[in-house]
Design a protein around this ligand. Structure first.
Ligand code: AMP
Ligand code: MG
Length: 384
């Protein structure tokens, strides 16, 4: 018993020492011009990666926190910097299709067709890994997720850094993913040596993940590349994994990472759903007024088309209103979502109400992130 206490005390000391060390670094930010990428910047980033260090970089989906995917100690550093549970796998980013064969055992014909159709692009595919990929990179899984991002800075960086970059999103575990270099700085300042700043990302939510290691092709995470787009290329029905929108009692997640709370703002977020936009907006006003009476500060996330109903409250500084994009353009909502969630953290609100979206096309991916950010709190407008 006594020995256990001694061990615990010792482990705690090691943890404190490590936390201190990882916050002790000077974090440089280099502005990258997509049209004129400087060789010396790519070289600098590449040298850091080859030395086993971490570099954050822009992609078309969200910012990534990169390490040499074939170096187990480098991959381990990602988990420490993010505070990420060690069983949550990383995605390996490549810049050339020939790199795929070197890290996975077999590429089915359907996957080849998807790569042809969507790479470089916001699509990750999971295969059985070769031994060259360490367990530290895949969170202990026998499979590896691979993606070729569609961003000139990302592609130049991956090539210059040896061709295999393990990267999750560059946020602290649990927080909304970074869509600006300043978001990465907020979370990683002092923890990593370099951020490549490529400006605002284009898509704003993480890649679609398609699994090729089961009996059927299945989607583990919805994204900008929709189920319909995938089915058209593979010419068969694909399944949406039952754990996609969180873990229900009867579903076991394919990747351990699917079980973790994600993308969450500090305030309590709830999604409001109802039979019409008008009913939803009116109920949001009621909920906010109630929160106000309870002395709480209230945030509202709605598309621009519904701003009108909240203007007077915003003008009286009663509610904090944020623009989620446009009602009939889910891609604009995807682009705004994480930035809005982070902006609310600055505003010190206590509760946030968001409108919901139809789970169709890109709306499926938007709702997947929103539902998890809300910790599954969905409020329905009460019937009259
Ligand atoms: P992030 O984009 O930050 O959430 O990090 C990568 C995510 O990709 C993980 O959380 C997993 O959901 C997913 N992923 C990566 N590799 C695999 C894999 N081998 N099998 C299933 N999912 C994976
Ligand atoms: Mg992430």
């Amino acid at each position: 018993m006594c020995r256990n206490f001694e061990l615990l005390y010792f482990l705690n000391l090691v943890k404190l020492w490590k936390d201190d060390i990882i916050k002790d670094m000077n974090t440089e930010i280099i502005k990258m011009d997509e049209g004129a990428i400087r060789k010396e910047d790519i070289q600098k980033a590449g040298e850091l990666i080859k030395a086993g260090e971490l570099v954050a970089f822009p992609t078309e989906t969200v910012y990534g926190l990169g390490a040499d995917a074939l170096n187990k100690d480098a991959s381990r550093k990602i988990y420490t910097a993010k505070g990420r549970p060690s069983d949550n796998p990383l995605i390996v980013h490549i810049a050339e299709i020939s790199a795929l064969e070197k890290i996975v055992t077999e590429v089915p014909e359907e996957a080849r067709r998807l790569a042809e159709a969507f790479w470089p692009g916001p699509l990750t595919m999971c295969f059985y890994k070769k031994n060259i990929v360490p367990d530290e990179t895949t969170g202990g899984l026998a499979t590896v997720g691979v993606r070729m991002p569609n961003h000139p800075v990302a592609l130049a960086f991956i090539k210059g850094a040896g061709g295999y970059i393990a990267a999750p999103s560059a946020n602290t575990s649990g927080r909304p993913s970074p869509t600006l270099a300043s978001h990465v700085y907020e979370d990683m300042n002092g923890r990593i040596p370099l951020i490549l700043d490529g400006g605002a990302v284009g898509i704003g939510i993480e890649s679609t993940i398609v699994d090729f290691t089961g009996d059927v092709i299945s989607i583990l995470r919805p994204g900008f590349i929709t189920k319909e787009m995938i089915e058209e290329v593979v010419e068969q029905e694909v399944q949406i994994d039952p754990a996609v929108n969180g873990v229900s009692a009867d579903s076991r997640p394919k990747a351990p990472g699917m079980k973790y709370r994600h993308y969450a703002p500090k305030a309590e977020l709830a999604i409001v759903e109802g039979h019409s936009h008008k009913a939803v907006v009116e109920y949001m006003v009621t909920l906010c007024q109630k929160a106000l009476e309870e002395g709480k500060r209230c945030g509202i996330m709605v598309t621009e088309e519904h701003f009108g109903a909240f203007r007077e409250f915003e003008e009286r500084k009663e509610f904090v209103l944020k623009n989620l994009g446009h009602e009939d353009d889910e891609a604009s909502v995807a682009r705004a979502l994480y930035r809005v969630l982070r902006d609310f953290d600055e505003e010190q609100v206590d509760v946030i109400y968001s409108e919901g979206f139809v789970q169709d096309g890109v709306g499926q991916a938007v709702m997947n992130r929103l539902i998890r950010a809300a910790g599954h709190r969905i409020l329905s407008v009460p019937e009259e």
